[in-house]
Write a protein that binds this ligand. Structure first.
Ligand code: FAD
Length: 529
């Protein structure tokens, strides 16, 4: 073959330098191909959802792809670790012209769902596998790839060590039969999961722009941010060595509150584990703080998938806005609507102590401390506590409205408002024509506000919450009800799951009681009792 090549060159009287040029070109292409495939092989995605996101971002610096290219070495790991509920895998061949033409269409959709700037993160992981690479031959065979490009849809976990056959009736993986253009693919997705995504969706702008008003559709995503905030708070506490002899009791009290009333089951479970071992892991007398930090690092307060490294409901339009402080508020409100009358004052003091000892923003701590200190009578009703927290948050909003306007430090897409705005809860407003951004002029119907908060931070927050781990392991009705067991005010529980709830409640309750007993003797640094 090579001899034929040189003979034909000689015959065609090519200049020698042209020959050298052609050979160099061929070698360059060959070497770069080897490099490309070996870099894919030698740098598989490390496990962990944050690493997946980082890899997506890193890759994008070299080539602006949103869909994640996988191969046989990282396929299972990435699909196992992704926090997304669904996955799409495009099987293609790099030499296939139709696949090359299709790529921009697929990328348009992937841009909505993949990467740190995604408009709808955490819902669908969009991937591709090059079946023309030898390393992927078995993988493509397992999924019966018969043409290029071929798109499969399913829960990510079903792809892990999985297979697909078009004749299989009951597989949760299915072929996307109409995804030839970006529009058609998105239509297919919308039909499949009953959504209304559009290719021109922008980062929450269409929903929140200048009002924050259409929160109801978004609040269901906030459950992820509540988990993210819990986990981030835990990391901050450890990173800044904030567990000291005078703050320890306040943290334990806060954990006890979370064990029973956190809206996410996996955070309740993770917190319970930490509580059970808390004294043991902090028993290192030689160097208590270092010992504690190192040991507590091994605990994942909301499970192995959290923190994910990004925010959904609390995403700012700028990197430095919203995020953790927003997530922390949502955590506090979602806990507040779940406590009973008898626990309301304890929950109040616990939250006050926690913010005072562990919220690293000095100004915020101080303001919140002042508001806590101004409460003279103990709360007897959960309603009073819920409304107090709502009012305290509005006081902060009001102060920040002015500050952010003059210093331009706020998020332009999420200006502070007195909350809830009229669009979100018309019945919360008694007077029709008040200036809605002036809390002093609004006459609130407090019963309606309370009902609204219970709904919003109770059942709505957890509406779409599906713990993937539990979904795959257990019956969905049990999973859902266990997720909501702490929502004592707001939730209608399927009868069949009542037993599971009772057992889980007793376990968490017993743990909390045990710890309450143990900690009775401990005194927080400052308490509002
Ligand atoms: C305890 C605490 C004290 C803080 N104190 C200060 C401070 O003194 N100075 C400062 O600069 N920053 C403070 N912050 C941060 C600040 O309040 C915001 O969290 C931050 O500016 C981000 O604002 P955001 O637009 O994401 O909305 P956030 O105010 O964080 O609110 C998050 C979400 O909660 C909902 N919400 C808004 N208002 C209410 C309400 N009244 N009741 C129930 N739900 C509501 C909305 O859906 C909103 O999107 C504090 C944060 C916390 C957690």
């Amino acid at each position: 073959m090579l001899r034929l090549f040189f003979v034909s060159i000689r015959r065609s009287k090519f200049h020698m330098s042209s020959v050298v040029f052609v050979i160099v070109c061929i070698l360059t292409v060959y070497v770069s191909n080897i490099e490309a495939s070996s870099s894919v092989i030698s740098t598989p995605f490390s496990v962990g959802s944050r690493s997946i996101l980082r890899s997506i971002d890193r890759d994008r610096a070299d080539k602006p792809d949103y869909a994640v290219e996988l191969n046989a070495t990282d396929f299972d790991a990435v699909l196992k670790e992704t926090p997304a509920t669904y996955a799409i895998v495009e099987f293609f061949a790099h030499w296939c012209p139709a696949c090359r033409n299709y790529k921009p269409q697929y990328e348009k959709v992937a841009k909505l769902f993949n990467g740190a700037d995604a408009v709808h993160p955490g819902i669908i992981l969009m991937t591709r596998v090059d079946c023309a690479l030898k390393i992927n031959t078995n993988l493509c065979d397992k999924f019966s790839v018969g043409h290029y490009p071929m798109l499969l849809w399913g829960p990510p976990s079903k792809f892990v060590s999985g297979s697909w056959d078009p004749k299989q009736d009951k597989s949760e993986i299915c072929s996307i039969d109409d995804g030839r253009t970006a529009d058609r693919l998105l239509n297919w997705i919308n039909k499949k999961i009953n959504s209304s995504y559009a290719l021109d969706d922008k980062k929450y702008e269409h929903e929140h722009f200048h009002t924050n008003a259409s929160d109801p559709g978004q609040i269901v995503r906030a459950i992820y941010d509540v988990e993210e905030a819990t986990s981030t708070a835990f990391d901050i506490i450890l990173d800044h060595k904030m567990i000291k002899s005078e703050t320890r009791a306040s943290l334990v009290k806060f954990f006890q509150l979370l064990v029973v009333h956190h809206p996410s089951r996996r955070c309740r479970k993770g917190t319970a584990k930490i509580l059970v071992d808390f004294d043991d892991v902090s028993a290192n007398k030689e160097s208590p703080i270092v010992g504690e930090k190192v040991a507590l690092r091994n605990y994942q307060i909301c499970g192995k998938d959290v923190p994910r490294g990004y925010w959904m409901f609390c995403r700012g339009s700028k990197k430095e806005t919203r995020g953790f402080s927003c997530g922390l508020w949502v955590l506090l409100h979602s806990v507040s609507v779940r406590v009973d009358d008898g626990e309301s004052h304890m929950a109040f003091t616990t939250i006050c102590d926690f913010i005072h000892n562990f919220f690293i923003c000095e100004e915020c701590r101080q303001h919140f401390y002042d508001m806590c200190s101004s409460v003279s009578n103990p709360f007897k009703k959960a309603r009073d506590f819920v409304l107090w927290l709502w009012d305290a948050h509005n006081k902060v909003n009001k102060r920040l409205m002015k500050e952010e306007a003059s210093a331009e430090t706020g998020d332009p897409k999420f200006p502070k408002i007195i909350w809830p705005p009229r669009q979100l809860c018309p019945s919360c407003y008694l007077n029709k024509n008040s200036k809605d951004n002036d809390n002093t002029q609004i006459h609130w119907d407090h019963d309606e506000v309370y009902r609204f908060l219970i709904r919003y931070y109770g059942e709505k927050l957890t509406t779409l919450y599906k713990d993937k781990e539990l979904l795959t392991d257990r019956r969905p009705d049990v999973m859902l009800s266990e997720d909501l067991i702490a929502s004592s005010h707001a939730v209608v529980v399927p009868v069949g799951a009542a037993l599971a709830i009772a057992v889980a409640s007793c376990a968490f309750g017993a743990l909390a009681c045990y710890w309450r007993q143990q900690q009775k003797s401990r005194k927080p640094r400052k308490s509002w009792n």
